[in-house]
Design a protein around this ligand. Structure first.
Ligand SMILES: [Fe+2]
Ligand SMILES: [Fe+2]
Length: 506
């Protein structure tokens, strides 16, 4: 061998090592399985100058067509964003060359498949007859994982001469290169699959939690699920926009953080007592105490009837009044509050004893001006944000999801610092938290299923949100963008139709 030959070979050798190292690095960096598979077939074809390549993965004892590429035929099936493959998986029988490679864990090279007596190539021949293609040289390499187990097969067809594009046999060099690459690929596939499985499990656990939380209260209906979906919808709309928010772009990881924050935002409600969440009358504490009052008043009226019919009548009228005032309203009249206090101040004989008509706690609940909750109960409801913080603190989010807890916890914060749990101001409320706050408010306002509310018309919901924006509670720029692009109504439409995997409201 001359020095020149030696130099040429060593340069070639170095080039191959560099190529393999580069492939190894890119394979191990890829976290999406479909992109990874694409990359494997692409590199394998490039290394061997093969016209076509097929990747099979072993699944349930059969080889499943996972990706097919052929340059001459212009075919790209499977893999990233391409069409799925509808071909019957290959049974593990030795007359099929790929099955043979998988069973024995051995590489097979064939100079001309039409001449081969060893394997059954009737399938490829039939296919060639339809497409006018001519399969000739073939290289079939089993892919083995770190344990040496075959997990798939890489099949390359028609190595081509550079320039002339004449079909040649696969040479020994490219066989060694593809074999080296195939095992790196197998390990990368396993790692990526494991990652995707873990991610899918994590996501389903979080969604199950959200659905379970929603099931806890029939009044809040699908609040968490709907907020989660609207939240990511808004984030995507802003991400895609180039006019109002040209500088706001989210990475895949940031979108993932936003999505998870939506699903987890009310997780702290697991600690909120159901009777507070579902308190639809003022006197409700597990049971509606109006029944106790009815019993007390009717018995007292019975006794009174014997001596003073008019007083008995008055008492029953008071009872009717209390029944009405037990229902929550937006703003109770001062007169009504006065009358309730007057009723509570009276005593009447019940079973021979003097008894107050209303207890202090009953009165305190009946005179709630707005809604059905006392101050303490409102505090209890607000506490869910603190619990969301405490619970999410305990979850060890990986570094690329480190902001999930922050966004989730801040959904009741206001830009003017009047929110909770921390009362931080605009400078400490990042963009994704602002989006979630709007998604949460929109859903809460527009939902049909609240203790004392009908579904609010769209215009009225937007009117209230605009007032909140003017008040400095929420981000007006985001709100106006959403109104202008009609994002809320488009979302409602999509949600109703159950498109894009959105559950139809049951
Ligand atoms: Fe909340
Ligand atoms: Fe919420």
């Amino acid at each position: 061998m001359t020095t020149q030959d030696y130099r040429r070979i060593s340069t070639q050798f170095k080039h191959q090592i560099d190529t393999l190292v580069a492939i190894g690095v890119s394979l191990s960096a890829e976290n999406s399985l479909s992109r990874l598979l694409d990359m494997i077939v692409f590199h394998a074809r490039k290394l061997t100058r093969a016209d076509g390549g097929t990747l099979y993965l072993l699944h349930d004892g059969r080889l499943r067509f996972t990706l097919i590429q052929n340059a001459t035929l212009g075919i790209r099936l499977g893999g990233e964003g391409d069409r799925r493959i509808d071909l019957e998986p290959v049974e593990l029988k030795k007359d099929n060359v790929c099955a043979y490679a998988a069973i024995l864990g051995k590489t097979v090279t064939i100079e001309d498949v039409y001449e081969s007596k060893e394997f059954d190539f009737s399938g490829p021949r039939k296919y060639d007859a339809i497409t006018g293609y001519r399969s000739r040289s073939m290289l079939v390499v089993p892919m083995k994982n770190h344990l040496g187990a075959v997990t798939g097969v890489l099949q390359l067809v028609n190595a081509m001469e550079q320039g002339t594009r004449e079909v040649t046999p696969f040479d020994g060099e490219s066989v060694a290169l593809v074999e080296a690459m195939a095992s790196m690929a197998a390990v990368a596939i396993e790692k990526t699959k494991l990652l995707e499985d873990t991610r899918a499990l994590f996501n389903s656990v979080i969604e199950v939690l959200g659905v379970a939380m929603d099931a806890k209260s029939h009044y809040t209906g699908n609040h968490i699920q709907k907020v989660a979906k609207l939240n990511i919808e808004i984030a995507r709309a802003i991400h895609d926009d180039t006019e109002v928010f040209p500088d706001i772009r989210f990475t895949d990881n940031e979108l993932e953080e936003i999505r998870l924050a939506g699903w987890l935002h009310d997780i702290g409600k697991v600690t909120t007592p159901e009777w507070v969440m579902d308190k639809d009358t003022k006197l409700k504490v597990v049971l509606d105490r109006i029944h106790l009052i009815e019993d007390r008043f009717t018995r007292a009226a019975e006794e009174l009837k014997k001596t003073d019919g008019a007083a008995a009548e008055r008492l029953l009228a008071d009872l009717q009044f209390i029944r009405e005032k037990n229902r929550p309203v937006e703003d109770m009249r001062d007169d009504d509050i006065r009358r309730l206090r007057e009723i509570a101040s009276r005593c009447l004989p019940v079973a021979g004893r003097e008894e107050r008509l209303l207890t202090d706690d009953e009165l305190r609940n009946l005179v709630i001006r707005r809604g059905s909750l006392t101050e303490e109960e409102i505090d209890k409801v607000k506490e869910h944000a603190v619990w969301t913080a405490r619970m999410l603190e305990k979850l060890s989010f990986p570094d690329h999801l480190k902001n999930v807890a922050l966004y989730a916890v801040q959904h009741h914060e206001k830009l003017n610092g009047q929110g909770y749990p921390q009362g931080v101001g605009a400078d400490r409320i990042p963009f994704p938290s602002r989006i979630l706050a709007i998604a949460d408010l929109y859903e809460a306002l527009s939902a049909r299923d609240r203790p004392y509310k009908e579904r609010m018309p769209y215009e009225q919901t937007i009117g209230i949100l605009r007032k909140q924006a003017a008040n400095g509670d929420i981000d007006g720029k985001i709100l106006e963008f959403l109104v202008e692009r009609d994002i809320f109504r488009k979302f409602e439409e999509k949600y109703r139709n159950g498109n894009n995997g959105y559950a139809v409201r049951g």
